[in-house]
Write a protein that binds this ligand. Structure first.
Ligand code: GDP
Ligand code: MN
Length: 350
């Protein structure tokens, strides 16, 4: 399946906005990045690519988030490379730091244990804060409240393909909630109780479940190479959220926001090392219609150590840096998305 180059997101019933943005009202959308001052060089490198391939045609704004004040050097460095308004925004300590009811003794013990199991960033509290903020905080930041869609990016990532259409307007016109490129299995030990806690939530709130959810993608399945079953029923397959385009109104809606508050109340962002990627994926997979999740096969993307690039004609790099499409090598679980959640017609039209 899907061995041929895929040049555009041609699936049966999807529509494209007109090429000329003067012919329609742009979507209510922003580029979004959480970033540290010291990452200026890396973030500029990525923004230059995003501008060249996409935003120089559409001029969407950017929101820069930081729990520390941005320096003048950072802000002037950014202003030199963006073609839309740049908003430099502070994250309040109350929204960023771990809640004071977290049992620090338990946290330290649990993180020593996870660290000994080689769970990345286990002992780095700022990383836990970051994952929690991207799971439940950012979409209620006063600046982000004015926007519906965001495209999350990270410093140091690469965007290889020309995007000659407005991807935000595409989300709006096709009524999509969540867009991704790469899907991976997670480190099981980082999410031991994410699924059991979620089942507790669902037992108390059965109506929250969407009848057309992406259950099979989320559930432990035969494709899964994991033998240990440490994730207690969750496949750990998740949309890699360092790139994502999504509708924040979904996160703001009751099913997602209630569920994620419940998760937060269990302390799992600090007693375990839940990433925002599995949290977004489980949330979207359970509480949204799976047909509103879009695989952007036309966005050539790299975040170390993985690249997914669909051989776009404008990109020579893609020819050498392809993430295999058709098997489950390593952490790759994209094939589960095709197999379980995409309709036959969506899979075969390209
Ligand atoms: P990884 O991709 O999981 O290895 O995590 P990263 O180190 O790339 O962090 C994810 C994103 O959060 C990146 O955009 C980082 O710049 C940002 N980030 C991580 N930790 C912090 C932090 O403590 N403060 C701020 N402001 N940004 C952070
Ligand atoms: Mn990263």
């Amino acid at each position: 399946v899907l061995m041929k180059p895929i040049l555009e997101p041609k699936t049966d019933n999807l529509v494209r906005p007109p090429a000329d943005p003067d012919q329609y009202d742009r979507a209510n959308a922003t580029m979004l990045v959480l970033v540290r001052n010291r990452e200026l060089g890396q973030v500029v490198r990525t923004i230059k690519q995003i501008e060249k391939k996409f935003n120089s045609k559409f001029h969407y704004p950017y929101v820069f988030l930081n729990e520390k004040p941005f320096t003048d050097k950072f802000m002037s460095g950014i202003k030199a490379v963006v073609s839309g308004t740049a908003y430099f925004e502070h994250i309040d300590a109350a929204d960023w730091e771990q809640p004071d009811w977290i049992d620090v003794k338990k946290q330290n013990q649990d993180m020593r244990q996870l660290d000994s199991e080689n769970v990345g960033y286990a002992k780095q509290v700022s990383y836990h804060n970051m994952c929690r903020y991207y799971s439940l905080g950012f979409y209620n930041h006063p600046r982000l409240r004015q926007f519906k869609y965001y495209w999350r990016f990270e410093p140091g990532t690469d965007y290889y393909c020309d995007l000659n259409y407005d991807v935000f307007k595409f989300m709006e016109l096709n009524n999509k909630t969540y867009g991704f490129v790469i899907a991976l299995y997670d480190v099981e030990q980082s999410v031991r109780t994410l699924w059991p806690r979620t089942l507790e939530y669902l037992a108390a709130n059965p109506a929250a479940l969407h009848p057309n959810g992406a259950y099979d993608f989320l559930l432990e399945n035969q494709q899964n190479p994991h033998k240990t079953k440490e994730a207690n029923g969750y496949s750990t397959c998740h949309f890699w959220s360092n790139f994502e385009i999504a509708d924040m109104d979904f996160y703001r809606s009751k099913p997602y926001s209630d569920w994620v508050s419940y998760l937060d109340s269990t302390g799992g962002f600090y007693y375990e090392r839940w990433g925002d990627a599995p949290v977004h994926s489980v949330g979207v997979g359970l509480f949204e219609d799976r047909d509103k999740i879009h695989w952007f096969r036309d966005i050539g993307y790299k975040h170390q150590p993985y690249t997914l690039c669909s051989n776009c004609p404008t990109c020579s790099k893609c020819k050498t840096a392809e993430f295999t499409y058709d098997h489950l090598k390593d952490q790759n679980c994209l094939a589960n998305w095709w197999k379980y959640e995409m309709s036959e017609s969506q899979r075969n039209i390209y």
